[in-house]
Design a protein around this ligand. Sequence first.
Ligand code: CU
Length: 409
Amino acid sequence: MNRRIIYPLLIVPLLLGLLGPWSAQGAFVQCPGDVDMDGVSDDPNIQCIHLAGADGFARMADGYSQYMLGFGLVDPSTLETEVVANYTLKSWCPAPLIVVKEGHELYLTMTNVGMAVRTDLFDPHSIHWHGFPHAAPIFDGLPEPSPTAVMGASFTYAYFAAQPGNYFYHCHVEASEHMQMGMIGPLWVTPAQDDLPNGTVLAGGFVHHTGYTYAYNDGDGSTYYDVGYPVQLTGFDSNFHDASETIQPLPFAAMKDNYPMINGRGYPYNINTFDPDAMPADPNAIVNKEGFISQRYHSLIQAAAGDKILLRVSNVSTTDIWAITTTLGVPMKIVGRGAELLRGETGIDTSYEVQVLNVGGGQAYDVIVDTAGVEPGTYFLHTTNLNFMCNNQEERGGLITEIVISPLI
Ligand SMILES: [Cu+2]
């Protein structure tokens, strides 16, 4: 069946899903192709993800405990009746990384499990896939044309991942508030070119081998990379977060990030590579005041000399433009912007190289750093906005991370 026919038909059963939570039976997950009912689709072209919209806490790199809102990842084996109870205060900072293959379908269920700290509030939440092409308004997450999940309710968003690229998603309800509070996560669509048959010769004579990965369907291997990393640039304004926690008027006009972060942690917390899933718990783990590991992604960039590093950069700050650079001594090659390969309509290569990349709020870039010729050692990726290399009053923190180049073995 043609997809144009499938999608209008899909909307009806998904809308019926809105009725589910009213029966107070707990979360309502819709995962097409889940034949054995384990929460995972048995159709290899369908990916199901269940997120909990919640409040919670994060640990700033100077030790300060910060109240936040966010999304947590729900284990698909969780009983629907236990999602609200088990995922209260389990928000992640940033929200879980979602990776989808081009051509696959993503069914993203979001259950609003309420706010344990702000029991006076009844805010709904939504998911907005920022930059998603051809979004159906009903799945776009804007509170005006789209449903939003009130506390206790679930909503399943359906997407066809037609276009590879570096995206992010966030709650669009009271967006400047809920985004400042932390409801933002990275979302990547990997290109079909990754799955070409071994030995396929691309333009210019580039030979694809099984396991090769690319940022885009470039047709010539120009976006090939060996290792890829998220670089989510953001910041928390602790005055705003504290006002939210203590039920004070929110200082929107005075919003000012004083905890700049990469992937939800300031430096040097962000180079701590503890395993968040280790059992027993990793003694180096960064835990929040609830004893929960909410900051699960480190930012230590590791590569072997000669590797091409793909940095999936996004700026999700509600207040700041960030500029980043590295001390590697090689330029950053910008191959993608706004989830689009940098090519003109005639196919002309419009990628470019910079030493400093300016990233505005809501922008996303695909950056390739070629370490050929770089001596093994430890280097820095950092902001050139010197005032943002801090964790509030503590200097030499914030928007800094390390790049470790190891010798080629
Ligand atoms: Cu929200």
